[in-house]
Design a protein around this ligand. Structure first.
Ligand code: SF4
Length: 495
């Protein structure tokens, strides 16, 4: 089984991408503006909820329970979905899921007597995770993204930079340019109404003409075999009702036990994601209904590394995520670099823990370090995922893996840490090292700050101020001041 998350394997590490993106002032301004707007709206909507913390606790409990009994709920979902007329397929990894989808699309195109198959798609991160669009195009199938932001990303041959607002890095003027180039228009205003009007006109034709739809899902309900998509534009509802054949791709962690559980999530998700009290469109469908909506309905249940994450309690919690994006909007690192720096379709704090785990740490090993560990992501997460603790857990895993190799053991970082551990255990040597550092720092000191430190320490002085060590340590000051006062105490630190 080979797990794949988007084009992660082809991307450079986070520090390299972040360094490049920090030079792009326009993108940084766009990201900061958009995240500010969403953050402020979210804060207002959360404030109106007196039971917000209780809802978070409930959501965490439902998700934790479901994951502990995942095989049971997945099988229950499968039974009820089939009973309602749906068909369920199980995919271990990206290749299997794409192969199943292509086979289903080909069969549906045959029935529709379509020579060059096309599909309309409603926003699905999971299909981005498995690189579905590229797989379809290789087979001569044309995918049309219908979510406004995803359509912008597709038209620009770009990558999503946010899990809820994939084109958050583009401003209105840039979007207008893309629409002019791709929609065959000669005139177009710059107001939001102009752009959405153009998109509506462009997409309406696709909704009416294309007979095969692909959707993701926010939730799959075991009790009824239903699938739920929440969205703001109505394109999702068109995609799941207009085509003759509907294929829904779901990560296995999206299942919830009961229909009533939706009550909790449908309060938390829109407020956390876009600062709305409720999503304008909430579509829930169960199997097929004769002469109404798609007459053929398939669900592909995708693993792609998820069951591996189930084994560890700290890692398993990552699967609680309902992809609201609140942690991205809050994260000081994401807000500076934007989503493309993460080299994965899952960006921000959730991307920093999800991508390395799905990939089995093969790629994305720099991501657990792409965080200030300030804890803002944990505070806003509607399902209470402790992202900072998971980041530390993953960093520990990386260090442990490195210690299994000779080059890892002899790396600068490893040697430096061993040296530090030794000094912390031996106070006299620690003080001697401090005295040595104070003498040596003169070479790099400028206006009370250290500049251009060499080797591994260079990272500390490249982008931030590192204060020089003071002329005396606290212990030296204490010893001297108490001896001067003649109280006979040498203070702290006597060994
Ligand atoms: S980790 Fe929490 S805050 Fe971040 S996207 Fe997932 S549910 Fe939302």
């Amino acid at each position: 089984m080979s797990v794949r998350v988007g084009h992660t394997a082809e991307k450079p590490a986070f520090p390299i991408l972040a360094h490049e993106l920090l030079q792009d002032d326009q993108t940084r301004r766009n990201v900061r503006h958009a995240t500010n707007v969403i953050r402020n709206k979210r804060a207002l909507r959360v404030e109106e909820m007196p039971d917000w913390q209780d809802l978070r606790t409930s959501a965490h409990a439902i998700k934790t329970h479901t994951l502990l009994h995942l095989p049971h709920y997945l099988e229950e979902f499968e039974r009820n979905c089939i009973r309602a007329g749906g068909q369920v397929h199980w995919a271990r990894d990206a290749d299997e899921a794409n192969t199943i989808a292509i086979r289903l699309i080909r069969k549906a195109a045959e029935r529709l007597a379509v020579e060059h198959p096309e599909v309309i798609k409603v926003k699905t991160m999971t299909s981005d995770e498995i690189g579905m669009n590229r797989a379809l195009e290789r087979e001569g199938i044309t995918p049309w993204e219908t979510d406004l932001a995803d359509m912008i990303v597709q038209m620009g041959k770009d990558e999503p930079s946010h899990i809820v607002v994939p084109a958050l890095h583009k401003n209105r003027h840039q979007v207008r340019e893309l629409f002019l180039q791709n929609m065959g228009l000669t005139e177009l205003g710059t107001e939001a109404e102009d752009l959405t009007g153009a998109a509506r006109h462009y997409l309406r034709k696709k909704f009416l003409e294309v007979g095969i739809g692909i959707s993701g899902a926010n939730f799959a309900i075991a009790e009824t075999g239903s699938v739920c998509v929440v969205e703001s534009e109505g394109n999702g509802r068109m995609c799941v009702t207009m085509p003759k054949t509907l294929i829904t791709l779901i990560g296995i962690e999206k299942v919830i036990p009961k229909f009533d559980d939706l009550e909790v999530f449908l309060q938390l998700l829109p407020r956390s994601a876009t600062g709305e009290r409720m999503n304008p469109y909430n579509s829930i469908w169960t199997g097929v209904t004769p002469a109404d909506g798609p007459q053929e309905f398939h669900v592909i249940l995708l693993d792609n590394g998820r069951t591996r994450m189930m084994a560890n309690v700290r890692e398993r919690e990552t699967l609680n995520c309902i992809r609201c994006g609140a942690c991205l909007n809050q994260c000081p690192v994401y807000r500076e670099t934007g989503g493309h720096a993460y080299g994965s379709i899952y960006s921000g704090p959730i991307g920093a823990i999800l991508s390395p785990q799905l990939n089995g740490m093969k790629y994305s090993r720099s991501l657990p370090y792409a965080s200030s560990l300030c804890g803002a992501c944990y505070e806003v997460c509607p399902v209470k995922i402790n992202i900072p603790e998971t980041l530390i857990h993953l960093r520990g895993k990386i260090v442990a893996q490195d210690q299994n190799t000779l080059s890892g053991k002899l790396s600068q970082e490893s040697m430096g840490m061993k040296m530090a551990a030794h000094l912390f255990e031996h106070p006299k040597q620690y003080e001697a090292a401090q005295r040595l550092a104070r003498t040596g720092q003169g070479l790099f000191e400028k206006d009370g700050k250290l500049v251009n430190l060499p080797g591994m320490a260079a990272g500390w002085t490249q982008y931030r101020d590192l204060r020089a060590l003071p002329k005396q340590s606290f212990r030296e000051w204490w010893k001297r001041s108490h001896t001067d006062r003649g109280d006979g105490s040498s203070g702290v630190g006597d060994e």
